[in-house]
Write a protein that binds this ligand. Sequence first.
Ligand code: ZN
Length: 257
Amino acid sequence: MQGSSELRAKLATACRLLYMEGLMDHAGLAGARIPETGNLLLNPREMRGTPGRHPGIMAGDDLVVVDPDGRKVEGRNNPPSETPIFTGVFRARPDVMAVFHLHLPTATLFSVVGKPILPIGVMGSPFGGAVPVCPDGTLIQRPEQGDGVARSLGKSLAVILQGHGAVIVGASVEEAFIASVLLEDNAVRQYRAAMIGTPQGMAREELDRAREQVWNPKVIAKMWTYYLLKGQSAGVVPAAARKTNPRRKAAKPQRKR
Ligand SMILES: [Zn+2]
């Protein structure tokens, strides 16, 4: 099977956690590049609401493997209809190892009214000055549309698909997951701020400093661990085996007779 069991488990866990956070439901897709082959691991069509199956119970072997052009290579399930999002973005961005496409409820609203999502606080700083918008408001089902999404994304961490959802990328599954959570969180805060005044984005210099502070592997790992533990407490992901005290585990030396 292509894709290490670790990568498969991580992507499946990310789906479960996005489900827990209300960011992935019958819509919403997740994909990772398989480093060994360059093929893509995607959550399949069948895991979004067929009897007994949905993203909240995703497992590593539910995932489907496609080649860089979106043709199925392996798996008992089928690639999603919006596979061109993944083939387009992964082709255009060699630095990206994970891509999520989510119908983020609040972040998407901003494109409907033509207002930019601004970095309104420290945790919104990873997205830079304003989140780009892809003008194609239909489902992304043809290769040229996927290329269009990649063009709108450019070098950014995320792009909003007009009135539809968002595409979020990362150098790892953990990074794309955390970016997804932060993008929606920033949009919710900006929306609330707009109820009581005019939201102001962070100024350039401050924004760069804040980004350095929060968008690094250490902070991303901390946030991923938080959501993983939250998922375990909620029973959304299997509880990790309890770590035993290594000193206690060490066998007593046997006395020679
Ligand atoms: Zn969609």
